[in-house]
Design a protein around this ligand. Structure first.
Ligand SMILES: Cc1ncc(COP(=O)(O)O)c(C=O)c1O
Length: 449
């Protein structure tokens, strides 16, 4: 057994997803209908999601079988390797052991495919012809484009305007896989037109793009909506990451002391960490760290409240850490981390202090990314580089810990951001407290009284 690179066989791909819902320290507060203030039922979600995913969203079943058709597509890139970052360890002169689960090896270049394939499969099974979605960095949009293409569905992507222009080649990749892409806000939807009327120069936000995609799905009979993060069923699909990691660590006799991942909506963090949470609840000493940008400090500066998932107030109200649905973050390069909310399951664990959070600004994040590229060789996504910054800081403590992190994606389409960093043009941005307070005031009272 090579301890520096742990490779599983095709047979080791998990056969069931892990759903953390029954293992949470308390029941998740239910999503609320913003009109009535009452908990949502499956019928409320039926216009935008297929029934199988609605059932998973509300499921209390710990294990959910992965359909053979989904496993078949997973086999294109799963199981993913667990590797030891020996060269980084040497450069840091640390006595910590650093391992990373490499989700960048998927065709779209990130963990997002783990749920894209599952969601496209259940939509197809229920006769849906087209899926509408939003994308921040373009990672999610390309993952869903790939999944729709392979399963025979059409795909429409509303891409946050700032990223659309920062990352033109993500758009090319989506087109190769047959999707249509629009820079959001567009003039195609009421939500888009409203956002443009409010600010014609807006860089867009995930909140606005979600409103556009939800509206598209709700107004077309053959179309459903798909979200790449935040929701319970998305986090459940991502559990293949942590389940494989667990097996790989056991194979080399390692036990994680610290587990680190970046958070936008929380899906790669959850997929990686949740299968280990029951161990912590039973008394194992594991530190979980979720890493976010200071420009979008949802867990470190947001409040735990019921809020909308989108800017246009079309989604249900969910209890989560939020910076307010009207929050529009600065156009930082980690587009996938620019979301005002956080997965309710991740939020509950943060509230109960089972996981902790840390925030970093762009320059120290890119400094870590370049150090990684110059030691380990691979080019990380800016989102992933938030986790790497934290890993380096933890490893510098030199306390002999076993640090494991999720390498959520590669940065091959983020080279303009690397250029900006190397040219000294990246600005560090701290989202001001007054702006957070202002946006929090706009959150409705329903559920928060
Ligand atoms: C490479 C990568 N990592 C992380 C994220 C953050 O999303 P999440 O918190 O859902 O994992 C994104 C989002 O687009 C991403 O592209």
């Amino acid at each position: 057994m090579d301890k520096d690179r742990v490779i599983l066989s095709l047979n080791d791909i998990p056969k069931a997803w892990y759903n953390i819902a029954p293992d949470l320290p308390e029941q998740l507060p239910p999503p609320l209908n913003p009109g009535t203030g009452k908990p949502l039922g499956p019928a409320d979600l039926a216009p935008i999601f297929p029934m199988a995913l609605i059932e998973q969203e509300m499921s209390q079943q710990r294990w959910i079988d992965i359909p053979d058709e989904v496993l078949d597509v997973y086999k294109i890139y799963r199981p993913t390797p667990l590797k030891r970052a020996v060269r980084l360890e040497k450069a840091l002169k640390t006595n910590c052991r650093i391992y990373y689960k490499d989700e960048s090896v998927s065709p779209a270049g990130s963990h997002k495919l783990n749920t894209a394939i599952a969601q496209a499969y259940y939509n197809k099974k229920e006769g849906v012809k087209r899926i509408a979605t939003e994308t921040g960095a373009g990672q999610w949009g390309s993952a869903l484009s790939f999944a729709c293409n392979i399963l025979g569905l059409k795909c429409t992507v509303y891409m946050v305007k700032a990223s659309y222009y920062q990352k033109p080649y993500r758009k090319s990749l989506m087109r190769v896989w047959g999707a249509e892409i629009f820079p959001s806000p567009t003039t195609k939807t009421n939500s888009g037109r409203q956002a443009l009327a409010d600010d014609p120069e807006t860089p867009g936000s995930l909140g606005i793009a979600i409103s556009e995609a939800v509206e598209d799905a709700a107004t077309h009979d053959d179309t459903k909506y798909s979200l790449g993060s935040v929701l319970n069923h998305v986090l459940t699909h991502q559990s293949v990451i942590g389940l494989e990691t667990k097996k790989q660590l056991e194979m080399i006799g390692e036990k994680p002391d610290t587990m680190i991942a970046c958070v936008g909506g929380g899906s790669n963090f959850a997929g990686f960490a949740f299968p280990f949470v029951p161990d912590k609840l039973k008394g194992k000493d594991i530190k979980f760290i979720a890493v976010e940008p200071t420009a979008c400090p949802t867990l470190t500066k947001g409040e735990y409240l019921y809020d909308f998932g989108d800017t246009g107030k079309l989604t249900p109200l969910v209890k989560m850490y939020t910076l307010g649905h009207s929050f529009v973050p600065a156009g930082i390069h980690a587009g996938g981390l620019r979301y005002h909310g956080m997965a309710p399951e991740v939020s509950l664990l943060a509230k109960r202090k089972i996981i902790e959070a840390r925030a970093y600004s762009q320059n120290p994040v890119f400094e870590a990314a370049v150090m990684w590229a110059r030691t380990e060789g691979f080019l990380p996504a800016p989102e992933t580089s938030h986790a790497i910054r934290c890993v380096i800081d933890e490893a510098k403590k030199n306390d002999g810990k076993c640090i494991v992190f999720n390498y959520s994606g590669h940065g091959h389409f983020d080279l303009s951001a690397y250029d900006a960093y190397l040219d000294g043009k990246l600005e560090d941005y701290e989202h001001p407290e007054e702006k957070i307070k202002e946006a929090i005031k706009k959150i409705p009272e329903i559920g928060n009284a």
